[in-house]
Design a protein around this ligand. Structure first.
Ligand code: ZN
Length: 263
């Protein structure tokens, strides 16, 4: 039987942390933790860019994981996929389920750099992260709402809060709209709205501006989506190509909004 369980997720996080590679849960598992029902098609983590080689070496050493037999043919690394792909992946030996590493610069670039203090079961997390086992914030399993909160806290698994995850999807949509993977961000925004916000588990007032206003406008249908998209890209300094045209508002410098969101 393939093991998609939280025990496997936690043991992979522990292995990364033991090697000094901080990691944050991403992808299907993360959606499930926040109550978005999503079939687990891969197990995904975000790590710092400069630790990609170290993270890849950890996965390569894991029992029950095998290196991808053919990066050219594998759907996980395919340029034809409709969602942003990982920087590295391995496969579970029995199920071929991918276990992947995404770069922070491609996913959570607007947060401060993930640092090694996150590897040591920190007493206090930055306010934009919570433990996947935090029952004070995350909901238990509910019908039709994913796996919910992790049951065990022995190996801490770090996840972004719901507002930070929504912020990531808004920024990813602005970055990728018009590309092959452009539909992903909007689909994820819709899932967060339907399964997390509508259930009362997302405090959208924690979004930094201008994203708070853009999210409200989208949710209330105040503008045609085409116009909304153009204005969102302009507000975030993203050109039609998806490249940042105003670095001061884009990649790597938006730590203040994230902190404001958490405040
Ligand atoms: Zn592969």
């Amino acid at each position: 039987m393939p093991d998609f369980s939280e025990v496997f997720v936690a043991s992979t996080a522990r292995a990364l942390n033991s090697a000094g590679v901080p990691c944050v849960l991403w992808g299907h598992c993360l959606l499930n933790v926040h109550g978005v029902p999503s079939i687990i098609g891969s197990i995904d983590f975000v790590i710092p860019d400069h630790l990609l080689a170290a993270g890849a070496a950890v996965l390569a050493r894991q029992p029950h994981l095998a290196l991808c037999p053919d990066d050219q043919l594998c759907l996980t690394s395919s340029t034809e996929r409709y969602t942003p792909g990982p920087a590295f992946h391995a496969h579970m030996e029995d199920s071929e389920m991918p276990v992947t590493l995404y770069l922070q610069s491609e996913t959570l670039w607007f947060l401060p750099p993930l640092d090694r203090t996150l590897c040591q079961k920190p007493a206090r997390l930055p306010r934009y992260f919570i433990m996947a086992s935090d029952r004070t914030v995350l909901q238990p399993w509910r019908p039709g709402r994913g796996s919910g909160v992790f049951k065990y806290a022995s190996d801490p698994v770090i996840v972004p809060t719901a507002p930070v995850l929504l912020e990531a999807f808004l920024r990813l949509y602005a970055r990728d709209e018009g590309k092959r993977v452009g539909g992903f961000g909007m689909a994820m925004i819709a899932y967060m709205e339907e399964y997390v916000d509508d259930d009362g588990n997302l405090d959208a007032s924690q979004l930094p501006e201008p994203l708070r206003t853009f999210y409200r406008d989208l949710r209330e249908g105040r503008k045609p989506v085409r116009q909304w998209t153009t204005e969102l890209k302009a507000a975030l300094g993203v050109g039609e190509s998806g490249d940042a045209i105003a670095p001061s508002k884009g990649r790597g410098s938006a730590t203040k909004p994230a902190e404001k969101a958490a405040a």
